[in-house]
Design a protein around this ligand. Structure first.
Ligand SMILES: *[C@@H]1O[C@H](CO)[C@@H](O)[C@H](O)[C@H]1NC(C)=O
Ligand SMILES: *[C@@H]1O[C@H](CO)[C@@H](O)[C@H](O)[C@H]1NC(C)=O
Ligand SMILES: *[C@@H]1O[C@H](CO)[C@@H](O)[C@H](O)[C@H]1NC(C)=O
Ligand SMILES: *[C@@H]1O[C@H](CO)[C@@H](O)[C@H](O)[C@H]1NC(C)=O
Ligand SMILES: *[C@@H]1O[C@H](CO)[C@@H](O)[C@H](O)[C@H]1NC(C)=O
Ligand SMILES: *[C@@H]1O[C@H](CO)[C@@H](O)[C@H](O)[C@H]1NC(C)=O
Ligand SMILES: *[C@@H]1O[C@H](CO)[C@@H](O)[C@H](O)[C@H]1NC(C)=O
Length: 923
């Protein structure tokens, strides 16, 4: 204890010691091959033992894995140091050679350092400034960077999308982080960054390491980025880009391609914590329908559980028979149902609690060193935690799902929500009396009063939607504390000499203790950051085992590198305020465009605290352009379902209408990301990588690659300054009228609370549905409207992917490419999926005149022209079953002379009328 405190006290000094007098390593026995090299690295002097013991012998392995990927691994010679298990993170394959690589690895033998450069000379990574430190509980490596670099990634955080470059610390240690404070470690671990250098290109760097990490970015010894980890090895993947989109694609090759989602998963979701009973949930479904706001999926938080025990229902408030009726009702109306499941399982020995008993029988819960179950405190009180490394953990988890979520006898959920999987534990370290802690802090919290029968009229629900007369409540008592006092186990795993700036305090605080050893012998100290992703993988498999034919949608809180292969992510417990509304964009962009977890979104209208009418109206519109679009609210906060205020209801109707008309456009982008990692959301700098004005923009973004979303971001405001690069755009809210961007910020005034500025980027062709619908099932019956938005060169292109939206293995799909060459629209591709609808309309934007004729297949098509908006609408009626062309005779394209003022004035005029309408009764 004394020695530890001394180290803690001398933190600053010891760190300097690490930098200045650690000996570094010398390389020897260098073996070169066509595909890379290996070398021995030997400690080059007296050990400094700054934060643990220096390892004397390391090996360096360098592999040119593909033309654009280089793998650099520095590990201990004995292979005893922990590395992320291959079955949790399968390594990418390797088939490259030095000769064919766009990257070049060079090194200095002594003191050892290495550099990665492009073959044209640009140095991307260079560790020569400081000695490499590789100790038992501490690794340190620093790369120098250009001044004021454009760095992005290193999640999960709520700092700006473009990372701070001075005096900046990014701690990576998964944590239950209520309120998602900036500058702190949050739920997920993504030690990936991209470095964008404008015309010199973009590259990406992944450090595959699941230990606690502190990245420091500073400019006080030249500009640098430095890794400090509490263990593991240096396992780097460098990808060459050189464009941001190519960088994203290459990062997907490292971490794995994201899973596709069911089409319906892109519909609008509603949830809250604090629905008192099944009637209230049914009432919300009913109210959405009454309000004419399309609700695709209803969710229930932990409220449905009996005393917060997973895999149970509260027999009074959520009796199984009624929950089943609710689910039937939803399914009959083409809607879906989702509930939350946590990993923490109530500790109930000797009772009749199946999830606990089965787990004990199969021995799948984590244990402490004395062999007793490891206990924390979560919602149900004292809890145990599944050990996802146990060989039976999948069978156990799937078994629980098969029975509790059984279609015939249980809750037939469509999607799944998993939470608290960092893992969260409310009990402060050392949590020596979980029973006392639970008692004092009221876990499980008291359930709300039982209501007698449905308090609200629920037309459409059957007459027996009533509570059971006097069902005896199954309430299993907790047992006396049988766990031994834990004491301090191996202290290195609890209190390592180097402390990362974990906002929860010590490493083990508020989570599973880091000295817990998993069934397979791995320490939680090393694998903590994997817990949520392993639960994600298990949960996805359990959902697929229930409905083996169908894609599933699992939304998780905690993630690690590669989690997108299994799940989507909601951005956690945000707060209902404007800063959280704004930061949601940067967060979402990092997950979609860098971490390859594209099914992402924040709690719309905000989770914690009370929302306001203005905020909720704006957020319902912004959320319509999150891939994952869910309104969610906290227990105790004022209600915020979209129908609670007429202004918000109207915002929701308008935004959902737009989202749904764009749904196949977005589904196509999402599909493309699952195929090759092309981002389905784009930061502005991804599409304008040479325009330095875009590098720090994180309040505007592209939904897909063609639709620029520029929400109003100021509290209660009705104006917004938006940046338009030097390109042609078309204003969605002004009849698609062209707007010439000129690399300047323009002000949009009087943007009412039912308007979100949307611009289509020139050069795009968008497949829209011709109208929206109440559910995505109905939406799929609507015909298509193809919108051609010519670029500055007069041409445009786009794609449309069609499938049945649900099957895991598709029997037939269509993938259609659209092009516009300035006078002819063509489509070509595959048409195996029978969409059952046609292209009813082709809309050409930016036309300076009415075309003399529009012809397809020798026939004249009827066309109308709007000279104000410069839009031609053609009645096309072209089947989606084969290649086709439509030629527009003599149409001259917009030449980009109209000023942006045209559009903003028009928007101003249009929105004044609307705002007058909305303001009545709003303020
Ligand atoms: C490191 O390598 C040297 C030279 O091979 C060997 O003598 C020494 O025992 C090794 N040390 C350890 C701790 O393995
Ligand atoms: C940045 O460098 C300054 C000066 O050395 C130092 O005081 C500060 O702690 C550093 N910040 C970080 C995050 O490393
Ligand atoms: C660096 O940041 C820390 C904490 O974020 C702050 O306390 C300190 O004053 C900053 N130092 C400098 C030199 O800006
Ligand atoms: C990042 O920089 C911004 C702007 O300078 C500053 O407000 C913020 O506190 C910084 N965040 C951290 C974590 O250093
Ligand atoms: C654990 O967290 C609690 C609440 O944030 C804090 O008061 C306590 O000091 C922390 N304990 C340790 C060991 O970090
Ligand atoms: C939210 O509003 C309710 C009702 O007005 C109030 O009781 C509660 O204190 C508010 N919560 C917060 C965090 O302001
Ligand atoms: C925004 O509106 C809310 C009421 O909806 C009000 O409480 C708040 O003070 C307003 N904020 C500003 C900055 O005017």
């Amino acid at each position: 204890m004394g020695a530890k405190s001394l180290l803690a006290l001398s933190f600053g000094a010891a760190f300097v010691l690490g930098q200045e007098s650690c000996p570094g390593y010398s390389a020897s026995n260098v073996q070169q091959s066509g595909s890379g090299l290996t070398a021995d690295l030997t400690l080059a002097g007296e050990a400094c033992n700054a934060y643990g013991t220096d390892l004397p012998n390391l090996t360096l392995t360098v592999e040119y894995q593909s033309a654009n990927r280089l793998h650099v691994l520095i590990e201990d010679q004995d292979h005893t140091v922990y590395q992320v298990p291959n079955d949790v993170f399968p390594r990418p394959g390797s088939a490259g050679s030095a000769d064919s690589s766009n990257l070049r690895f060079t090194f200095t033998e002594s003191p050892f350092s290495f550099a990665v450069a492009r073959v044209d000379g640009e140095t991307l990574f260079n560790t020569s400034g400081t000695p490499l430190v590789f100790e038992s509980q501490y690794l340190n490596l620093r790369t120098s960077l250009p001044d004021n670099p454009n760095l992005y990634g290193l999640g999960e955080h709520t700092d700006p999308f473009r990372l701070n470059t001075t005096n900046y610390t990014r701690t990576i240690w998964n944590r239950d982080a209520y309120g998602i404070p900036p500058g702190s470690n949050l739920y997920g671990a993504h030690p990936t960054y991209i470095d964008h250098r404008g015309a010199s290109g973009t590259h990406g760097v992944v450090l595959l390491n699941s230990n606690g990490i502190e990245v420091k970015i500073n400019d006080t010894a030249g500009q640098y980025l430095e890794y400090n980890t509490l263990g593991g090895v240096f396992d780097f993947y460098f990808v060459a880009g050189p464009s941001p989109v190519e960088t994203a694609q290459q990062l997907a090759e490292v971490v794995g391609l994201p899973a596709n989602v069911p089409y319906g998963g892109l519909g609008y979701h509603n949830c809250r914590y604090g629905y008192q009973d099944v009637y209230e949930v049914a009432g919300v479904v009913h109210n959405y329908s009454e309000a004419g706001i399309p609700l695709e999926t209803m969710w229930t938080d932990i409220d449905y559980m009996n005393d917060r025990w997973i895999m149970t229902v509260d027999p009074d408030r959520f009796p199984m028979a009624l929950v089943r009726q609710l689910v039937d009702y939803l399914h009959q109306h083409q809607q879906k149902y989702t509930v939350m499941v946590d990993p923490a399982t109530a500790y109930v020995p000797g009772g009749e609690y199946g999830a606990f008993n089965d787990g004990v029988e199969q021995d799948i819960f984590l244990k402490n060193s004395s062999g007793d179950l490891f206990l924390g405190v979560v919602w149900p009180g004292p809890t145990v935690f599944p050990d996802w490394f146990h060989p039976q953990s999948q069978a156990y988890w799937s078994g629980q799902f098969d029975s509790f979520f059984n279609a015939d006898t249980g809750i037939d959920i469509d999607y799944l929500w998993i939470d608290m999987n960092e893992a969260a534990n409310f009990c402060n370290y050392p949590c020596s009396d979980p029973f006392g802690y639970a008692e004092e802090n009221n876990f499980p919290p008291e359930a709300p009063a039982v209501r007698n029968g449905s308090p609200i009229a629920l037309p459409g629900f059957s007459a027996d939607f009533q509570p059971p007369s006097s069902a005896a409540k199954l309430r299993l008592r907790r047992q006396e504390n049988t766990a031994s006092m834990m004491g301090l186990p191996d202290r290195d795993l609890i209190d390592p000499p180097y402390s990362i700036q974990n906002a929860a305090g010590s490493l083990s605080n508020k989570t599973i203790h880091t000295d817990i050893i998993h069934y397979n012998g791995l320490a939680e100290y090393d694998t903590h950051n994997l817990y949520g992703t392993m639960m994600s993988n298990h949960s996805r498999n359990a959902m697929l085992s229930r409905r083996p034919q169908d894609r599933t949608l699992v939304i998780t809180r905690s993630t690690f590198l590669g989690a997108g292969q299994y799940v989507g992510h909601w951005l956690g417990d945000n707060i209902s305020d404007w800063p959280h509304y704004r930061i949601s964009i940067a967060q979402m962009l990092a997950f979609s465009s860098i971490f390859q977890i594209p099914m992402v979104g924040s709690d719309v209208c905000g989770f914690g605290g009370n929302t306001t009418e203005a905020l909720c109206a704006r957020w319902m519109m912004l959320g319509a352009f999150y891939p994952f679009y869910r309104n969610h609210n906290e227990l105790g906060a004022i209600s915020q379902e979209a129908y609670r205020w007429e202004s918000v209801a109207e915002s929701a109707r308008i935004a959902i209408d737009i989202r749904y008309r764009m749904l196949d456009y977005f589904y196509t982008s999402f599909y493309e990301q699952t195929v090759d990692g092309t981002p389905s959301l784009n930061p502005m700098m991804f599409l304008y990588p040479e325009d330095s004005n875009t590098f720090a923009i994180d309040l505007q973004f592209f939904f897909g690659s063609s639709v620029l979303i520029s929400p109003v971001t100021e509290e209660n405001g009705t104006s917004v300054d938006i940046y338009l690069p030097n390109d042609i755009f078309y204003d969605w809210n002004n009849g698609f009228a062209p707007v010439q961007g000129s690399g300047k910020t323009i002000s949009l005034e009087d943007v009412d609370f039912q308007t979100i500025p949307i611009h289509i980027r020139g050069g795009s062709i968008l497949p829209l549905r011709s109208e929206s619908a109440n559910t995505t099932t109905e939406l799929r019956k609507k015909s298509f409207q193809i919108v051609i938005a010519p670029g500055q060169d007069g041409t445009a292109n786009g794609t449309l992917y069609l499938d049945d939206g649900l099957s895991l293995e598709q029997a037939a799909t269509s993938y259609i490419s659209f092009t516009w060459d300035g006078s002819t629209f063509s489509m070509s591709g595959t048409y195996d999926y029978g969409a059952g609808v046609d292209i009813s309309t082709i809309t050409l934007l930016g036309a300076n005149s009415q075309p003399q004729s529009v012809r397809s297949n020798g026939a004249d098509l009827s066309a109308t022209y709007n000279s104000t908006t410069k839009v031609v609408n053609v009645e096309a009626n072209i089947p989606l079953s084969g290649d086709a062309t439509v030629s527009f005779g003599q149409v001259s394209a917009f030449t980009g002379t109209a000023s942006s003022a045209v559009s903003s004035n028009a928007l101003l005029l249009a929105s004044v009328a609307a705002s007058v309408m909305c303001l009545s009764g709003f303020w």
